[in-house]
Design a protein around this ligand. Structure first.
Ligand code: NAD
Length: 277
């Protein structure tokens, strides 16, 4: 069977680890060359421990194992000039661009709105909402030049439900629905499709870290992953505490490939039934 991404070039933000790395490897496995970037360093209000340049280098190694090319850059998604520069460099090197996966994100420090530091608010909104704009905008002329393409925005189940103590995160992810639908309409005439994937809990450093263990088990002094699993499990209708990054990569691949060629303007839950609980 022909590989689904043969001859394609994909831009992926937040590709040093977690879901972003899996998207890069999965699309490369299906034949895509990859333009990857990640801040690969500490970020205010990240919650999880920071990714590193070694993490980004590991993504490069894994993509190259599939005999695909990858241009990996350490860059901050909040810096629109830096993102524009790396997108243009990637397109020059690989000859075009077909797919954008706007994935970079941070959770933010948990806490009620009444106690939120304005700088924490800005860090999350500038990364998770403005960062997606910064990633998509410079890609548009390249997708238009190709005669079509697919943009996949990584949102969250939280965009569809209220979750206390994560207001900047939930607000930014809900805002992405507006950006996604507007882009889908604006770009439809160029045969560029724009959708989001809205995952429930996914087993990456963003979810599995001591700050979240404390958020979800405030009754314990020093909760562990074991302690928090039943709480994560209770969020989802299906009997699973959290999904594998590959579950999200498969949805990204579907939306990016011709299998999803008439799907646009859709927020696709990959959520083990979180939204219907
Ligand atoms: N893990 C979950 O439970 C979950 C659930 C729903 C949605 N999501 C979303 O999935 C996406 C990927 O998250 P993940 O679970 O892989 O988390 P992760 O923390 O493992 O990976 C996020 C990556 O984004 C990078 N990043 C953060 N800020 C950046 C910046 N300013 N510029 C460039 N790169 C930056 C990080 O360095 C990291 O490599 C995020 O948008 C997240 O909000 C995660």
């Amino acid at each position: 069977m022909a590989r689904r991404m043969a001859g394609k070039v994909a831009l992926i933000s937040g590709a040093a680890r977690g879901q972003g790395r899996h998207h890069a490897v999965r699309l490369a496995e299906e034949g895509a060359d990859i333009i990857a970037f990640d801040i690969a360093g500490p970020v205010r209000a990240q919650g999880a421990p920071a990714a590193s340049p070694a993490d980004l280098a590991e993504t490069v190694r894994l993509v190259e194992m599939h005999d695909r090319r990858i241009l990996a850059t350490q860059a901050d998604v909040r810096d629109s000039d830096a993102v524009t520069d790396l997108v243009n460099r990637g397109v020059t090197e690989f000859g075009g661009l077909d797919i954008v996966v706007a994935n970079a994100g941070i959770q933010g420090n948990p806490g009620p709105v009444a106690e939120l530091h304005p700088a924490d608010w800005r860090a999350v909104v500038e990364t998770n909402l403005s960062g997606v704009f910064h990633t998509v905008q410079p890609a548009i002329p390249h997708l238009v030049a190709r005669g079509g393409g697919s943009i996949v925005i990584i949102s969250s189940s939280i965009a569809l439900r209220a979750v206390p103590n994560l207001a900047p995160y939930g607000t930014a992810k809900a805002g992405l629905a507006g950006l996604m639908r507007t882009l889908a309409l604006e770009l439809a005439e160029h045969s560029i499709r724009v959708n989001s994937v809205n995952p429930t809990t996914v087993g990456t450093p963003m979810l599995l870290n001591p700050i979240n263990f404390g958020l979800f088990r405030p009754d314990l002094d020093d909760p562990t992953e074991e302690d928090v699993r039943p709480v994560y499990r209770s969020l989802n209708a299906l009997p699973v505490p959290y999904l594998d990054p590959d579950d999200i990569s498969n949805a990204v691949l579907f939306l990016a490939s011709d299998e999803g060629r008439y799907i646009t303007g859709v927020a696709l839950p990959v959520d083990a039934g979180y939204a219907i609980k």
